[in-house]
Write a protein of this length. Structure first.
Length: 64
């Protein structure tokens, strides 16, 4: 239950950030930074974020 709430909160934050980025850039989609597999920062389309979060990636750049 707690994990589900966290995922929904993260998705809401992603949606808000994507909306702000889209408005600022004037594009329909925005690239979101994710730390992929804890090793590499990647930029993905906002529609890809839920799948990445589901397999363990997290929002933001990786910290080294």
């Amino acid at each position: 239950m707690k994990r589900t709430v966290v995922v929904f909160v993260l998705l809401a934050l992603v949606a808000m950030a994507a909306g702000v980025l889209a408005l600022a850039g004037g594009t329909d989609t925005a690239d979101i930074a994710l730390c992929h597999k804890g090793q590499k920062t990647i930029l993905v389309d906002e529609n890809s974020v839920p799948a990445h979060l589901a397999h363990g990636d997290f929002l933001g750049a990786c910290e080294f």
